[in-house]
Write a protein that binds this ligand. Structure first.
Ligand SMILES: [Zn+2]
Length: 338
C-alpha cells in the first residue's frame, strides 16, 4: 500500500514513513525476542520435567530388583506411578498443541454392564435455532463415569443430545461438563474416595484395588496411582492458596514428623521429614499445610515461610514449635536440635 504511494511523497514525508517503519520493525523485534525467551523458558521447563520423568522411570526399574518385600515394592511402585502421572500431566499441559489428551484414551474397555446406571441428560437450553426453526434431535454422545459409594459402584451415563436445524444445518449440543481427568472414567466422588482412603485412612492403593474388587471392579493399582498423581497436579493451586492464606496469620504452629525415605538403588532408607504448619485455634481459618523436606534443619522452615525474604513475600510473626518451652520469635528462629 505504501509502495504505491511512494512516488507522490516528498523527502520529509518519505523520512517520516521510513521512521515509522523502523519503529514498527523495532517493536516487532522486541516482541519476537520476548516470545523467543518465553519459548526457551517453556522448553527448559519441559526438558526438566522430562528429565525428572526419566529419573523416576529408572528408579522404578531399579526398585524391581531390590530386596524389598512385596508390600514395600508395591508401595514404592504406586508412589512412583503417581509421580510419573503427575509429571506426564504437567508436560502435556505445557506442550503446545498437546492439550487434547486424545491419544489412547478412546480405546478404553467398557464399564461392566451389570453395574447400576443412572442417566444424566444434558440438552441445550433452547431447541429453537438462531434462524427461528425448531431443532431436530438426530443423535447423542454418551460418556460413562464410574462412581463409588463405600461398597457400591455405579455408573453415571452422561447423555448429550445432538440437535440440528434442517433449515440451516446448525448443530447444537450441551457442552461437556469439566472433569478432573479429561475423558477419564472416575467421577470426582470416586477420586475423593481414593485420595481420602490413601492419605486419611492410610490404605495403600494395592489394598484399595482389593476392596474395589470385592465391590465388583478391581481397578488396577497402576490406574489408581495415575489418578492420584493427576489429582495432585489439579489440587496444587488449592494448596498454594491455602498456604497464602495461612501466611497471613501472625501466629503459626510448626512440627515435624520423621518418615523413612527409601532410595531405590542404594538399598538404604534415610530419615526425611514431613513438616506440618497450621494456624492456631484462635484463627478463623483452620489451615494445615504439609511440606516434605529431606531434613529437619531450620533452613527448611526458613524456606517454607520465606523468612529470608525481607519483601512482602516473607512471613513475619510468632512461630510455635512443640519442642520449645515457649514462643519463638521468627527472627530468632528455631529448632535448636537442628
Ligand atoms: Zn436454523
Amino acid at each position: 500500500m505504501i509502495a504505491q504511494n511512494l512516488h507522490s511523497l516528498d523527502l520529509a514525508e518519505l523520512r517520516q514513513v521510513a521512521q515509522s517503519l523502523m519503529t514498527a520493525a523495532a517493536e516487532r523485534d522486541a516482541i519476537i525476542e520476548r516470545k523467543e525467551r518465553e519459548l526457551a523458558f517453556k522448553q527448559a521447563t519441559i526438558d526438566k520435567l522430562t528429565h525428572e520423568m526419566a529419573v523416576l522411570k529408572r528408579l522404578k526399574f531399579a526398585a524391581k530388583s531390590e530386596a524389598f518385600n512385596a508390600e514395600q515394592k508395591s508401595l514404592i511402585e504406586e508412589a512412583l506411578d503417581a509421580d510419573l502421572a503427575a509429571l506426564a500431566r504437567e508436560i502435556e499441559r505445557r506442550t503446545p498443541g498437546k492439550n487434547t489428551g486424545d491419544k489412547g484414551q478412546a480405546k478404553r474397555a467398557a464399564l461392566p454392564p451389570e453395574l447400576p446406571r443412572t442417566e444424566h441428560r444434558h440438552e441445550p437450553d433452547s431447541t429453537t435455532c438462531r434462524c427461528g426453526c425448531q431443532l431436530k434431535r438426530i443423535g447423542e454422545d454418551v460418556a460413562e463415569k464410574l462412581d463409588y459409594l463405600p461398597g457400591v459402584f455405579s455408573v453415571e451415563r452422561h447423555i448429550r443430545g445432538k440437535w440440528v436445524c434442517t433449515q440451516c444445518e446448525t448443530l447444537v449440543q450441551a457442552p461437556v461438563a469439566p472433569h478432573i481427568i479429561d475423558k477419564g472414567i472416575p467421577t470426582t466422588g470416586l477420586l475423593a474416595q481414593v485420595l481420602v482412603a490413601k492419605y486419611q485412612d492410610h490404605l495403600p492403593l494395592y489394598r484399595q484395588e482389593h476392596i474395589f474388587g470385592r465391590a465388583g471392579l478391581a481397578i488396577p493399582r497402576s490406574t489408581l496411582a495415575t489418578w492420584v498423581g493427576q489429582c495432585g497436579v489439579q489440587l496444587q493451586p488449592l494448596v498454594d492458596s491455602l498456604k497464602q492464606m495461612m501466611l497471613k496469620s501472625p501466629v503459626l504452629h510448626a512440627d515435624e514428623t520423621p518418615v523413612a525415605m527409601l532410595k531405590p538403588g542404594n538399598k538404604k532408607t534415610h530419615k526425611a521429614y514431613v513438616w506440618t504448619y497450621c494456624t492456631t485455634s484462635y484463627d478463623a481459618i483452620k489451615a494445615v499445610v504439609f511440606d516434605f523436606a529431606e531434613g529437619r534443619g531450620g533452613q527448611y522452615v526458613r524456606d517454607f515461610l520465606a523468612l529470608d525474604d525481607s519483601g512482602p513475600a516473607g512471613w513475619r510473626g510468632k512461630l510455635i514449635c512443640d519442642d520449645f518451652s515457649g514462643d519463638v520469635a521468627a527472627e530468632d528462629m528455631l529448632c535448636p536440635q537442628a
